[in-house]
Write a protein that binds this ligand. Structure first.
Ligand code: SAH
Length: 180
């Protein structure tokens, strides 16, 4: 049921993703309800499709973000540490931070400085986002994600939102065992 979950509001989009079986857990549903995609997707934020965010990058489709969160969920607990490689718009970084608060940290790594700035500005549009940025729940850094971000390791979960041609051992080295 991917691509058929668009709605007229953030709540309608998330409700449709849930009723179409693309969101299965209440925790992921609540986290996605807590982050308004309109703060992150400049055009058609409630369509279940990727959207351009400039700089030859896209914000992924909502069902892809739902899938990533569902897949990582066993490793997303209060206080968990997460690395989000290719943070782009910042949307998924913020949703992941909702899933590990209070006490958790999500480091969003992005290699294009204007996108680091956009992700930061997008997150600061909401009070919840500002609180996470101010209390260490979200940190955006400009770095080459192929090297991970050793300063923040070890991570309970690492999400890679960028295409990878090769296997990058640095990411495995920075992952806890167990981790995902
Ligand atoms: N997860 C984000 C963006 C996905 S697009 C979202 O859904 O909004 C992929 C992002 O990965 C782009 O922003 C791109 O600039 C970034 N990227 C690509 N290669 C990278 C690398 N080596 N290091 C860090 N970021 C990278």
């Amino acid at each position: 049921m991917a691509w058929r979950s668009s709605g007229a509001s953030n709540k309608a989009l998330i409700d449709n993703l849930a009723s179409n079986g693309l969101i299965n857990s209440e925790r992921v549903k609540q986290a996605m309800l807590g982050v308004d995609r309109a703060h992150y997707a400049p055009y058609a934020p409630y369509q279940d499709s990727p959207q351009t965010i400039g700089h030859r990058a896209t914000i992924s489709a909502p069902h892809m973000h739902a899938s990533a969160c569902e897949s990582l969920l066993p490793y997303l607990k209060t206080g968990s540490r997460v690395l989000d490689v290719g943070s782009g718009s910042g949307y998924l970084t913020h949703v992941l931070a909702e899933l590990v608060k209070p006490g958790g940290t999500v480091v969003g790594v992005e290699h294009i400085q204007p996108l680091v700035d956009i992700g930061t500005a997008n997150t600061r549009k909401s009070q919840g986002g500002r609180e996470l940025m101010d209390n260490g729940g979200i940190e955006y850094v400009k770095a080459d994600g192929r090297l991970g971000y050793p300063e923040g390791a070890a991570y309970d979960a690492i999400h890679v939102g960028a295409a990878a041609a090769d296997f990058h051992q640095a990411l495995i080295d920075q992952l806890k065992a167990p981790g995902r």
